[in-house]
Ligand binder design. Structure first.
Ligand code: GUN
Length: 292
């Protein structure tokens, strides 16, 4: 039997908790948390994700400012917008929606974000703190995966986790979070990537597999052991029978019945990510309020 990890429902539960927190802030007549988003270029997926983020901020009642920059904007122009967000008195935290166009050096952008406002947790100062088990912002998708496993009371400690993909957005941070010395960690992690030989040798041994590669149906039933817990981070658009559909990085049909748990696509990790970003923004706002 395979049970679905219903990220959509858990995200709704978290949203309810966040709304209660926002009500308390309103009651105290304090300023509402404010998220900034920089969107450069016209990547269709990015536009959809950003619109979802804005919509959730509006639903929850926190402020959100979007800066849209045209395709081919220069690195200098984006850096200027980052500088403005860093110095904006009302913006508590902000993100630069990724991916960014290839002529831009992403590292330069991330390094120029004030770590106190880096609600993506991508700045090396925050990434380092995360690795060292210090208090910081966790990258939203990785944080969402941990929260979902926690809500379903799935034991991570002592388990063998195989992460497929080592992106800064998902693979790298989730491998750190799963392995750190913390009750929501303590897993033995194998981080695999394009250069891993015989991937199935690792996935066959895994208790938990987290797939973030952006290839539809990449992980198949013959690559997993019975009872494995599967986390699918992929959201791939495919055309099937004249319709556009979303498909994850896991071949759902071939693992269903063999895995013990799986996150569906859509309705798995995606909704969790947005809630974790909003949680990070509220955390940044509290920090700024307490230091003023
Ligand atoms: N693109 C896809 N996921 C993310 C994310 O979590 N943060 C940013 N900044 N860009 C993304």
């Amino acid at each position: 039997m395979t049970e679905l990890l219903n990220g959509k429902q858990i995200a709704l539960d978290i949203k309810k908790e966040i709304c209660e927190e926002i009500e308390k802030i309103k009651h105290k007549k304090k300023r509402l948390p404010h998220l900034g988003i920089i969107l450069s270029g016209n990547n269709v997926e990015s536009i959809i994700y950003v619109n979802r983020k804005i919509k959730e901020c509006n639903n929850i009642g926190i402020s959100c400012s979007l800066v849209e920059l045209p395709k081919h904007s220069s690195e200098k122009t984006i850096l200027q917008e980052i500088h403005k967000m860093n110095n904006h008195p009302l913006i508590d935290g902000f993100i630069i929606q990724l991916p960014i166009e290839p002529h831009i050096n992403v590292d330069n952008l991330i390094l120029s974000i004030n770590p106190e406002k880096d609600v993506d947790g991508f700045h090396p100062a925050n990434f380092g703190k995360m690795a060292l088990n210090m208090n910081t912002f966790f990258p939203a998708t990785a944080y969402g995966i941990i929260k979902l496993l926690q809500k379903y009371k799935i034991k991570i400690s002592g388990k063998h986790t195989v992460v497929i993909g080592r992106s800064r957005i998902v693979g790298l941070p989730i491998s750190i979070l799963m392995s750190r010395k913390h009750f929501l960690g303590n897993s033995t992690v194998t981080l695999t990537h394009t250069y891993t030989n015989n991937l199935y040798v690792y996935t066959k041994q895994a208790d938990i597999i987290i797939v973030a590669v952006g290839i539809p149906g990449f992980l198949t039933g013959n690559m997993i052991k019975k009872g494995a817990i599967l986390i699918d981070v992929g959201i791939n658009k495919i055309n099937k029978e004249m319709k556009t559909m979303l498909k994850g990085d896991i071949d759902f049909d071939s693992v269903f019945g063999k895995a013990s748990y799986i996150t569906p696509v859509p309705g798995g990790i995606g909704p969790m990510t947005i809630m974790m970003l909003i949680k990070n923004t509220i955390k940044a706002a509290y920090k700024r309020l307490s230091s003023n």
